[in-house]
Design a protein around this ligand. Sequence first.
Ligand code: ADP
Length: 489
Amino acid sequence: MYIVMVTPEIAPVAKVGGLADVVFGLSRELEIRGNSVEIILPKYDCMWYGEIFGLCVDYDNLWVPYYDQWIHCTVFFGFVHGRKCYFIDPHSDKGFFNRGVFYGHWDDAERFAFFCRAALEYMLKANKHPDIIHCHDWQTAMLPVLLYDIYANLGMTHPRVCFTLHNMKHQGITGEFVFRETGLNPLDYFRADRFQDDANPHVVNLMKGGIVYSNFITTVSPQYAWDIRTSEQGFGMGHTLYTHQGKFGGILNGIDYDVWNPETDRYIPHKYSLSTLDDKYNNKEALRHRLLMRQDLKPIICAIGRLDHQKGVYLIRHALHYALANGWQFVLLGSSPEQAVNDEFWRMKCDLNDNPDCHIELGYNEELSHLIYAGSDLIVIPSLFEPCGLTQMIAMKYGTIPIVRSTGGLSNTVFDANYSELPFEQRNGYTFYDPSNEALEHAMVRSVGLWYEYPQQFRQLMENAMRYDYSWNNPGEHYLKVYDFIRNK
Ligand code: ADP
């Protein structure tokens, strides 16, 4: 199958969040399975150019309609760790993708609507007729409607569109000018059953239009697919998703086992696997040594991630204090986009500076994160909502038991050691539902209780967790089924 991903991000060169990892990991898996995959994205000035190999001009004479004018674009080609990427570079005094940041400008909707038109114009001119165009998030939501309204009439009748929703918080709210900008008649599209926002009839909702016009919509876990259709987690998109539920489903993301694998991980001093699990404890020792923590018969509980409201910051804070109050150890690695939250954790860090059972590391530190995953016994992930979540899947691969709030992808991947209906061999962690301190404490007490009182059973739980396959293998197969389904419709 010939698949073109149209995306605002790909890891590691243009990465803001998990979307970038999904595009990279899924593309690679699809190629391993014998498909041809190409990726089209904007040529940002702030990309990590050192990781793009063989960058060269692929198409220099691309003229893309923009209102009643045209913008000249150059399309570059380059490999990103083996993936074939095409970067669109518009030559306009607006400097659409030369802003030093990926997002956050007042004209984001205009820039990405232009990108959608440019991607299609490029495919048309370069004579690319993929079986599937796979779009990601609101930035690419204009593509399906442009395909059916304009490019199908120019001969692009073959491609089918799959649209993946990574996070419902950002939907691309804008004005009706985007239609005129991209050559569409606003009267046809600014309607309640198409692009008009459900909450505010005066604005255009790009994600909604993408949902209406795509052949299939996916999101990043089955539970999140349910949550966003039926609760406030849909940020107002529930009704539209309900209307289109016949072409909507959730597919769990995978993680890259080339990067996250304790058998080969170059960032951990002691490699280990299921059969050499005792070596994990050498990493525990190394972690304590590095963070100047006391070596003692205590469990290490960790938390790794953005200190964002979504992640249940108040519960993370409580988990830390509760662990220390009970004489356990706690390691936190995280950072917040909000200064106030960072300041608060800095104060906590200073207060706990001399505590040999605790370490708080504020900032982003990929290398340290590997050692924390390997050296900890438990990881706490009390998210208020979580589309998929990678940290629990990574932790399990390292035999670190997750304690999670059961929401979104967390509830599709973590099965409670005491309460799950699955047989014990398939249980792999601890869950709680109520986003309260008490519910979290209860799950922590149960997990640490097993760690102290029944080490053999705790170890079995670790082995259960390590046996799960959260690689791209299963998601790759699921996406191919979706592609097949819409091709044959
Ligand atoms: P998000 O909502 O942030 O995408 P995920 O659980 O899907 O959350 O992915 C988080 C990823 O980012 C994981 O790979 C995690 O290890 C990594 N990560 C988050 N914060 C940090 C940090 N401060 N330092 C290193 N890695 C981090």
